[in-house]
Design a protein around this ligand. Structure first.
Ligand code: P6P
Length: 338
């Protein structure tokens, strides 16, 4: 007998019990992200087609001005969360400052803020490589009913109440955690429903894949250089395999399933690294830890880093626990030698 796989909607309702003191707002928020993900997925999947049509003139097939997909995705996620009056604030990679969502309702009680990278890796769209959305959700820290302030967004990653990503790949998946493990849902595009396809996702403790842009090798700190050479040595279960898609969500997702480590270290070219703490590293670090993986900047747990500004960058090492700890060892040894 074919068992009817659970839908994301059913799963959210079932997990509402974890939030018995919540007004269901978090569930409605995750539902709104689910809806926006379907809309963006539809647009991402026809990007190549639209581009061809867009090149014939400066309008797309709907007669709208062709919008860059990352701007389009940003607009869709912000519209969906704002229109449904679910959050009190939004910060996005595509927006210089945060957006205060003040409902007309004078007893505006929304208590969650969302930080989002609406379409990470969008430069890969033109070459048909998978891209992703990453989101992070916090309870506000300023009084409910007042306009949000930057303090509501500059919270440590260990204060997140939920985090997740959508990967627009060979299939579209939504993977998220609310602090009770990590679950993955695959979209059936024929009916527009996400189904639970990857329950209780876990990072294997070890792996044989390392993901880093080796083109930056000469600019890396010595500890990272030493770790990369360690991955490449003929010894024990090494050399590891190098796999680097250049799309963070895709590299992270593959490593969580197969085991592996992703590194975007600081370098002499990018002293703080490239990836953003609040809407890339923190949400993925939360998911990694919920899946028994690990995430640090090489020395400090990502989720313990005190944010200082909305778009700050941090070095990012994330994946299978034993691999991250080995990389941290090389970083510490090299620092002790300096
Ligand atoms: P590089 C995409 O621009 C991104 O933010 C991540 O998705 C990806 O892992 C990384 O940057 C790739 O950066 O410098 O290796 O091209």
């Amino acid at each position: 007998m074919v068992t009817q796989t659970k839908t994301l909607g059913e799963f959210i309702i079932e997990n509402q019990e974890y939030f018995k003191y919540s007004s269901g707002e978090l569930s409605r928020l995750i539902n709104s992200i689910r809806l926006a993900a379907k809309v963006v997925n539809h647009e991402v999947n026809k990007a190549g087609l639209v581009d061809i049509i867009g090149a014939a003139g400066d309008t797309n097939i709907q007669g709208e001005h062709q919008q860059k997909l990352d701007v389009y995705a940003n607009t869709k996620f912000i519209q969906t969360m704002t229109k449904r009056n679910i959050v009190c604030g939004i910060a996005s990679e595509e927006e210089d400052d945060f957006i205060a969502v003040n409902s007309q309702d004078e007893n505006h009680q929304n208590k969650y803020v969302v930080l989002i990278d609406p379409l990470d890796g969008s430069s890969n769209i033109d070459v048909n490589v998978s891209v992703g959305t990453i989101f992070s959700i916090y309870r506000r820290v300023t009084p409910v009913g007042t306009p949000v302030t930057i303090a509501d967004f500059l919270q440590k990653g260990n204060q997140q109440v939920a985090a997740g990503y959508i990967v627009y790949g060979t299939s579209t998946m939504l993977v998220y955690t609310t602090g009770h493990g990590v679950n993955g849902f695959t979209l059936n595009p024929a009916i527009g429903t996400f189904y639970l396809s990857h329950p209780d996702m876990q990072f294997p403790e070890d792996g044989k894949i390392y993901s880093v842009n080796e083109g930056n090798y000469i600019h890396f700190p010595q500890g990272i250089k030493n770790y990369i050479k360690y991955c490449q040595m003929e010894e024990g279960d090494r050399p590891y395999t190098s796999r680097y898609i250049g799309s963070l969500v895709s590299d992270f997702h593959r490593n969580m399933i197969k085991g592996g480590i992703y590194l975007y270290p600081k370098s002499s070219k990018m002293y703080e690294g490239k990836l953003r703490l609040l809407y890339e590293c923190n949400p993925l670090a939360y998911i990694a830890e919920q899946a028994n993986g690990k995430a640090s900047d090489g020395f400090t747990r990502i989720l313990d880093i005190e944010p200082t500004e909305l778009h700050q960058r941090v070095p990012f090492i994330c994946g299978s626990k034993n691999m991250v700890e080995k990389a941290e060892e090389f970083m510490k040894d090299a620092r002790n030698l300096n």
